[in-house]
Design a protein around this ligand. Structure first.
Ligand code: EPU
Length: 427
């Protein structure tokens, strides 16, 4: 079992470079299945979620070659098995993007019900509704989602609520359908736009990504492309909060400041100084931190994936802050862990009341999911004494080399113990 050991108190200083966006990469890699030729994908983050996507591609018969640390060549021409079994699907949510991609490419797929962070109910009804509208038959049998269609035909689809996953899955299925598909109430997240740009670079005809209405005109075939994934909005936001919480001065490079606006505005409100450049952002903490209220919402609102991190910062601010989770039913599980470190937070349903306590104390804690783990790292960095974080495999799903990056800007963080994978083999 591996753990992070953090000795708190060091201010983060210097420069850190953000990796490619996890939630874009986990959609773009499955999308390569739609191409008739090999594709080269750059700025792929080196995280365990991507390792699982690569394993799925290989199991299906695709060829995947690593050209360098962040560049993959994927040749989908020999895909022979349109199936994602439980052992691979259980590891991440995005395994269900193979449903849309394979449906679009060969008209059928079987994918085990996906895994991913436990954030409350994570239904797939909107995905299936979208596939159905395009003319596919869908069924859930023995834990497998099965989709098939003789012929996909463009349709008008109105999602009941804003959903990133269903927007992406329907885009994947519709790019080669006959005629026009219109998705209304579409998700507008940067990774939705990045996927649309990627598909267009392969010859798709998608307009409106980044707005509520996405229009997809089906094309007969898609060709190979070379494409660079956008920087990770949430990794950047996490480093922004870490700099603020430790009272540091950090230049965060390889970012798109526009994608960070909702985070920047909140941090400024709390009292953090921020300078924006073309593709980097400087965050200077150390001043007085003020309470504020945060409500998470779909993009361009404040991202739910930054909720645990900003809540952690608010424990250091003066006064009472209210944090409302507007996307997931159960995203406050980490609060119990923060309480072990001295935080004063009460939770009622989707609302957390955070009483600023000024400072946190190191303690043994457990990462309950990916962003919860990021929040605990931030807590450990600014707490007095030592924090020990267990279950770090959650964190490694989505943050490339987080402990190395943090060490390079002055944090005292080490990974110790036996890797979970070796432990599993030994048992
Ligand atoms: N929903 C439905 N029916 C559906 C699909 C979604 O009711 O068929 C509901 C969900 O229950 C939720 C809301 O719609 O209440 C939003 O879910 P969405 O589909 O947008 O989430 P997702 O696609 O499963 C992605 C990210 C999450 C991120 C959310 C919201 C990926 C792989 N995951 O999840 O990222 O929290 O969008 O922005 O892109 C993370 O990176 O830590 C993470 C959890």
């Amino acid at each position: 079992m591996e753990k992070y050991l953090i000795k708190g108190g060091n201010k983060l200083h210097g420069e850190v470079t953000i990796s490619g966006a996890k939630n874009a990469a986990v959609a773009i890699l499955p999308a390569v299945v739609l191409s008739d030729e090999p594709c080269i994908i750059e700025n792929v983050p080196n995280i365990s979620d991507i390792d699982f996507i690569i394993k799925i591609l290989l199991a299906m018969g695709a060829e995947v070659t690593m050209l360098n640390r962040s560049t993959l060549r994927i040749d989908p021409r020999r895909i022979h098995t349109p199936v994602v079994e439980y052992d691979l699907a259980k590891n991440l949510r995005a395994s269900y993007y193979f449903l849309g991609a394979l449906l679009g490419k060969i008209g059928s797929a079987r994918v085990s019900m996906p895994g991913g962070c436990d954030l409350g109910a994570r239904p797939v009804d909107q995905h299936l509704k979208g596939f159905n509208s395009l003319g596919a038959e869908c069924a859930v049998e023995h834990g497998m989602i099965r989709v098939s269609a003789e012929h996909l035909v463009g349709a008008h689809i109105y999602f009941d609520g804003v959903t990133v996953g269903a927007t992406i899955n329907v885009m994947l299925a519709a790019v080669k359908a006959d005629g026009l598909t219109v998705i209304e109430n579409a998700a507008k997240e940067p990774h939705v736009v990045d996927l649309a740009n990627f598909l267009n670079s392969m010859g798709a005809d998608i307009m409106g990504a980044g707005t509520d209405v996405i229009k997809i005109r089906g094309v007969k075939s898609l060709h190979g492309t070379q494409y660079s994934i956008i920087p990770d909005q949430i990794e950047a936001g996490t480093f922004m909060v870490a700099a603020a919480a430790t009272g540091g001065d950090l230049l965060i490079k390889n970012v798109i400041p526009k994608h960070l606006e909702s985070i920047t505005v909140k941090l400024q409100k709390i009292g953090v100084y921020i300078e924006e450049y073309d593709d980097s952002i400087r965050v200077v903490g150390g001043g007085h931190l003020e309470k504020t209220n945060v409500k998470t919402m779909p993009h361009p609102g404040f991202p739910t994936d930054m909720q645990p991190q900003i809540t952690t910062l608010l424990t250091l601010a003066e006064g009472t802050s209210i944090v409302t989770e507007g996307v997931w039913d159960n995203r406050f599980k980490y609060v119990n862990e923060l309480r072990r470190m001295g935080a004063d937070i009460s939770v009622d349903g989707k609302v957390a009341v955070v009483e600023g306590v000024g400072h946190l104390m190191g303690a043994p804690v457990k990462a309950t999911d990916l962003r919860a783990g990021a929040a605990l790292i931030i807590a450990g960095l600014c707490a007095s004494g030592t924090t020990e974080i267990e279950d770090i495999h959650h964190i490694e799903r989505g943050y490339e080399d987080i402990e190395k990056k943090l060490r390079s800007v002055g944090a005292d963080i080490r990974k110790v113990g036996i890797p979970d994978t070796m432990l599993a083999q030994a048992l």
